[in-house]
Structure formats: structure tokens, C-alpha cells
Design a protein. Structure first.
Length: 300
């Protein structure tokens, strides 16, 4: 991926290395990341229960959190944001560039394709844990988008985990993770996220609620594909092998793969992100069409 040619976002809030407010290491000591280990899943369920966040929304490779947060931590936090808000290290600059390219694309195509203006989300880089509008963010949760404060939370340690666990990794795979989270923000702007949350509140079973989560996740995958197609048009980001890398990543982080890896079998009703085949399919739909509209049949 050639990420150096596009705009660089100044909406990265760099909280790495700061005092993130108590309890550090409690979760990461379980070695979980992206909700993979059963220990991490149990702990996340407890956190979800304690913070009032639906635990299903805390568990997964790259997820969305819902609901106004009541963070259990009240200490003030320090941030290490530089004067213009831009990180100066290589990975930080990479993230700011990818975010800048999501801003460039969605600012252009959201009015064109959906007739609404794009408002840019903030991306919070943190290490260990930090506060979010959806409760305390922990690295073990994996990256997520919080609709309450319209921020994406990312601990880049997740990328190491992706690389170690799935043998994947690489610029475009990481960009896909960021684009997926921004995809949730687009869902929020389109009014899809609040509507699905409402439907989940009214769902009569866990399976029904999970099926709605899968739609939200596959839509974010599709929007990540829409972004990539348009970013390539605007900034020529794609290089040989990038699409294959993204597809391999989408396959690796399917719920069936994650569950099979974690406990030896998969339970389709408990899927909250979609199977490997589904994630690949919808990322591809977005990539090939470059159109929001092409993703919307998912919601039917
Ligand atoms: Zn997601």
C-alpha cells in the first residue's frame, strides 16, 4: 500500500504513553486481544455486565460499542498529543494518513452517493486502556467505534496480534481495520447504527440480536471496501497483493475462524461479525463497486 501520497488527518488524538487512569494491565494480563481467548471473553462479559455495555458488542476482532458509557475510572487522564495533534512516529503517521484518506474519500462520496455531509470522527490512539464515551477502552477488546463520542479507539498492539495470530499484517490489512471502524461511523451518520441498536433492544432472542450485529459488521466491511476502491481512485493507494491481503485478513477474522481457534468449534447463532466467507464477500462487494448502495442489500 502506498499511503504517503494522500492527505494526513489532524483528527488523531494520541493518548499513548499517558496515564490512562488506573487498573492498568488487568485485562492484558490474560493475553487476549480482539476477544480471542476464552479468558478474555469471560472478562469482557464481566466488564460488559459491570459497565452496562452489551458484552456481545465487546467481543470480536474489530467491533462497535454501543450505549452511553459510565466509565468506572474517574481519574484525570494525561494525553501525549503533540501541538498539532499529529503523531510523529512511523506507525502513528501511517494511521494519520489512512484516517486522512478516509476523510478525503467520505467527504467526497457521502454527499455524492447519500446526499449527506460527512463529519469526521476522531481516532484515539491509546496503549493499555483509556476512557471512552462507551466506558473504559481496553486493548483486549480490539479496536472499536463508540457512537456516543463518535471516536474510533485503537491500540496498535492489536496489529502485532493480527500478525502473530493470523500471519497476516501489512499496511493494507491495518488500513482495512481502520476503514472498518470508520465504516461504523458512516453507518452512524446514515442513521443505520441507531436503528439497528433499537432493533437489538427489541430483539426477542440472543440469536436475533447477534444476527443484527452481523449485519452491522458486514456493512462496515463493505464500507471499508467502498473506501478502498475510492481511495485508490483518488490517491492511487493500492499496490500488487493489497486486495489479497485484505481478503486474507477478512477471512482470518471471521467469527467461525475465531471461534474455532478459541474453542475448537463454531456456533453460528453466536456470530457477531459474520463468517469468513461473509466478511470476504461483502468486502469484495464494496471493493468492486465503490458504491454505498451496493452494500445496502445487507440490511434487508
Ligand atoms: Zn466492527
Amino acid at each position: 500500500m502506498d499511503w504517503q501520497g494522500g492527505p494526513v488527518s489532524n483528527n488523531v488524538e494520541d493518548r499513548r504513553g499517558g496515564d490512562e487512569g488506573g487498573g492498568g494491565g488487568m485485562i492484558s494480563s490474560f493475553g487476549g486481544g480482539g476477544g480471542l481467548g476464552i479468558g478474555a471473553i469471560i472478562i469482557l462479559t464481566l466488564i460488559g455486565w459491570a459497565t452496562g455495555i452489551n458484552p456481545q458488542l465487546l467481543i470480536g476482532g474489530a467491533q462497535v460499542l454501543t450505549g452511553a458509557g459510565n466509565s468506572s475510572y474517574s481519574q484525570p487522564q494525561q494525553t501525549t498529543r503533540s501541538s498539532n495533534g499529529a503523531p510523529t512516529d512511523q506507525m502513528g503517521r501511517f494511521i494519520a494518513s489512512v484516517l486522512g484518506e478516509t476523510e478525503g474519500v467520505w467527504t467526497k462520496i457521502l454527499p455524492e452517493q447519500a446526499n449527506i455531509q460527512y463529519t469526521k470522527p476522531t481516532l484515539v490512539l491509546f496503549s493499555g486502556q483509556t476512557r471512552s464515551g462507551c466506558g473504559t477502552a481496553q486493548s483486549a477488546m480490539g479496536p472499536f467505534y463508540c457512537p456516543s463520542d463518535q471516536k474510533v479507539y485503537l491500540d496498535m498492539a492489536f496489529f502485532n496480534e493480527m500478525k502473530a495470530k493470523y500471519g497476516g499484517g501489512g499496511d493494507f490489512a491495518y488500513a482495512y481495520v481502520v476503514a472498518h471502524e470508520v465504516g461504523h461511523h458512516v453507518e452512524n451518520l446514515l442513521g443505520i447504527l441507531p436503528k439497528i441498536q433499537q432493533m437489538q433492544d427489541q430483539a426477542s432472542s440472543k440469536a436475533q440480536s447477534n444476527a443484527l450485529s452481523v449485519k452491522v459488521e458486514l456493512l462496515a466491511d463493505c464500507f471499508a471496501g467502498v473506501w478502498a476502491a475510492n481511495a485508490n481512485q483518488q490517491y492511487k493507494i493500492l499496490q500488487q497483493g493489497d486486495v489479497e491481503t485484505a481478503i486474507a485478513t477478512a477471512q482470518a477474522i471471521g467469527d467461525d475462524k475465531l471461534q474455532t481457534a478459541a474453542r475448537g468449534y463454531a456456533v453460528p447463532d453466536s456470530f457477531t461479525h459474520g463468517s469468513a466467507a461473509q466478511r470476504t464477500q461483502w468486502l469484495t462487494v464494496g471493493l468492486q463497486s465503490g458504491q454505498i448502495q451496493a452494500c445496502l442489500p445487507l440490511l434487508k
